[in-house]
Design a binder for this molecule. Structure first.
Ligand code: G3P
Length: 505
């Protein structure tokens, strides 16, 4: 379907860990309207986290309807849709009823840590890393899908397994958006399941066997920029082509224009994800980073795949949310900046943001969060500042790992995501890294990436470089005279991290 003159917008659906969003972008790549709904987090046991898949689907629908209503844009004016999602979170559902068989298990959930340890003891870690580029960890979908299947067998023996479908959130939403016609995923999301073979870009039979996942559960893997069918007419009153799917971190990489080897970005979302483009050749890390798919393109039947190196840190926005909703130390996220500036330092307090264990470069599923160094004079402001500083310290560890993996040290950090709005955090980040940090005007790079991919795939835009070149910069943060102190504090923080490791069995 060629794009018509009437079609002036591209719709991005950005389904993240803490909330779902629909955003409209115009021909200039500018945001024209958005609708957002926060997502309920279910914590049934310590270390477990679930989402309600039906809530995600209903919120997706209502965000789409709401953004159209608030902007006065009609569905016929939309040239294409792009979908980007929180990665690794997965579920099983019955294709005959459309009902999920259990809540979705979220990427931060640690319930399968023991299973992963057992596999590691049996010597599977190397094979898994070789095949999938990933570290054997409960973060990824494979052990979660195995847990879900066991649960269904034990608790719902009446379920006919021939009717069961599996998927990450993109697959679940795509299946619903297309009127239950398309059961597919893209390579960037598939590469996070720990079941995709990076060499064949298909499900690996040995890994499916190892995790006891029947092949017929699994969606078809398609290129990220390609044909995923259309939004069913029933939903918005007209069919809209779905032409891009990305994992959210890969979408942000795409939006930042990082298409050349070594170009990288860091997204401060629920977690923090530093990703560096490695081009069309797979790069392996020697420093506990992940090799993963950046994106792939259909290219009229000659698909190409771009790879990336990634440092995944699990707790960023999540620890600010915990300060607000758990500890009730703050009323809103922006308040952290005001409080952090009210004190000169943390008064010797260090925070280890291991609320869901530690990701790169430690990969310690049994680490837990900790405040260390508290004395009687410590106040709320010091604790809040310690939490913000810990986010920057984590990023410093991953930047150091990336530098060890590459010949050219990182000289500029491009950032985005909600927590990058925090000026204190960005100033401190530049200090602790000793390099400039650059923030764009539109922080929703994930949604922008999905929109750019879909719009380019249908010919709404023609030139990727031109499109990403139009993105405006908001501010650069240059290392200040405080950098020496920040870098010294980093060494103390690493000591605190060593205390929080191997905490639970
Ligand atoms: O790997 C998890 C990641 O995709 C979650 O992203 O933006 O929800 O923190 P976000």
């Amino acid at each position: 379907m060629p794009v018509t003159n009437k079609q002036k917008y591209v719709l991005a659906l950005d389904l993240g860990t803490t909330g779902n969003r629909a955003i409209l972008f115009d021909k200039n790549g500018e945001l024209v309207g958005q609708s957002y709904g926060e997502l309920m987090q279910y914590y049934p046991h310590p270390g477990w986290l679930e989402h309600d898949p039906l809530e995600i689907w209903h919120d997706t629908r209502s965000c789409m309807e709401q953004v159209l209503r608030s902007t006065g844009v009609s569905p016929q004016e939309i040239a294409a849709t792009g979908l980007t999602v929180q990665r690794e979170t997965c579920l099983l559902w019955d294709k005959t009823t459309g009902e999920p068989l259990h809540k979705a298990i979220v990427w931060q959930d640690r319930r399968t840590a023991q299973k992963c340890r057992e596999l590691s003891e049996k010597g599977y870690a190397e094979k898994i890393q070789e095949t999938t580029g990933l570290v054997l960890d409960a973060y990824f979908s494979a052990s979660k899908l195995a847990w879900l299947l066991d649960w269904v067998k034990q608790n719902k023996p009446e379920v006919n397994l021939d009717h069961v479908l599996a998927g990450t959130i993109d697959t679940w939403i795509l299946w619903n958006l297309t009127g239950r016609r398309v059961h597919a995923t893209d390579q960037s999301n598939a590469s996070r399941t720990m079941l995709m073979n990076l060499g064949t870009h298909d499900w690996d039979p040995e890994l499916l066997d190892l995790f006891t996942i029947p092949r017929h559960f699994m969606p078809e893997i398609r290129p990220s920029l390609g044909d995923f069918g259309t939004i069913d007419e029933e939903i918005l009153g007209t069919e809209i082509p779905i032409r891009a799917i990305f994992g959210d971190q890969q979408a942000a990489l795409y939006a930042h224009g990082c298409n050349q080897k070594g170009m990288l970005k860091c997204t401060y979302g629920t977690g923090c994800f530093l990703i560096s483009q490695s081009g069309q050749e797979l790069t392996r890390s020697r420093n506990q980073l992940l090799s993963t798919v950046a994106w792939s393109e259909a290219n009229g039947g000659k698909p190409t795949t771009n790879y990336a190196l990634e440092g995944a840190m699990f707790t960023t926005g999540a620890c600010i949310q915990w300060l607000r909703d758990g500890l009730k130390l703050i009323k809103s996220a922006p308040e952290t900046e005001i409080l952090a500036r009210e004190v000169e330092n943390t008064d010797g307090v260090y925070f280890v943001p291991a609320l869901s264990g530690l990701g790169a470069p430690h990969w310690d599923m049994s680490a837990r969060g900790a405040f260390v160094g508290i004395t009687g004079g410590v106040q709320r402001e010091h604790m809040v500042r310690a939490v913000l500083e810990s986010i920057a310290f984590q990023v410093k560890e991953v930047v150091d790992a990336m530098n060890k993996d590459s010949e050219t040290p990182i000289s500029l950090l491009k950032v985005d995501g909600g927590a990058s709005q925090n000026n204190f955090l960005m100033e401190f980040q530049a200090d602790v890294l000793g390099i400039p940090v650059e923030r764009p005007a539109i922080l929703d790079a994930t949604a922008q990436g999905a929109a750019f991919g879909a719009g380019l795939a249908v010919g709404f835009w023609d030139d990727y470089e031109e499109l990403v070149g139009k993105r405006k910069r908001d501010r650069s943060f240059i290392p200040s005279k405080n950098q020496k102190q920040a870098q010294e504090d980093f060494l103390m923080w690493q000591k605190a991290v060593s205390r929080a490791k191997n905490w639970v069995e």
